[in-house]
Design a protein around this ligand. Structure first.
Ligand code: AKG
Length: 188
């Protein structure tokens, strides 16, 4: 399947967005899901609010109450190889991924419109278990330009350039349990 087959029949594809299907095998996908399901996942904390999705951060975590980036548990061995392959996909040195977020979306969970924190640089996402509609929007005068990526299980996306810094993204409530692993590099 070509990369373009992952995109809806819409324009424009946000500049800086790159994807690849089948970044990992079905066996690797099962293993990663089993590892994530064993983690002490906790509801995403957004100040006084709790998100429906459950997460676990490694390397760094952003604390919304303190509005600060804090150190988190180190990236575990079982994520190291995939993090190196992700960095390679981005044309980056092996050790570039410094923050990893594992997320579980139960049926009905999603994520609201946002851009990732400015402390992070490039953002990669590996989809596991079920597809989602990964939506993008950016202001265009009084209107929004919109783009939707159908993020299939085992596919990887990279948000860099305008896709990372100008466009916002969100995921509407998922229809089957989805996991994702977000890999982030840090700004210097
Ligand atoms: O689940 C995903 O692929 C996206 C997660 C995301 O946008 C975030 O955690 O900021």
């Amino acid at each position: 399947m070509s990369q373009l087959a992952l995109f809806d029949d819409q324009t424009p594809v946000p500049q800086g967005l790159r994807t690849t299907p089948d970044f990992i095998s079905r066996t690797a996908e099962k293993e990663l899901i089993a590892r994530i399901a064993e983690l002490p996942l906790a509801p995403f904390q957004f100040g006084a609010f709790e998100g429906k999705r459950r997460v676990k951060s490694f390397g760094f975590r952003y604390d919304y109450t303190l509005q600060r980036m804090l150190e988190a548990e180190p990236i575990p061995d079982w994520l190291e190889e995939v993090a190196r392959r992700v960095a390679d996909f981005g044309g980056l040195p092996d050790d570039s991924v410094r923050q990893i977020l594992c997320t579980e979306y139960e049926i009905g969970a999603g994520i609201g419109w946002h851009r990732d924190k400015p402390h992070f640089d490039k953002v990669f996402g590996l989809s596991l278990g079920a597809p989602c509609r990964f939506r993008f929007r950016r202001r265009d005068g009084a209107k929004w330009q919109r783009f939707t990526l159908d993020a299939e299980p085992r596919s990887l996306y990279l948000m860099d350039g305008e896709a990372r810094r100008v466009w916002e993204h969100s995921i509407p409530p998922v229809e089957a349990r989805r996991y994702s692993i977000t890999f982030r590099t840090m700004k210097r």
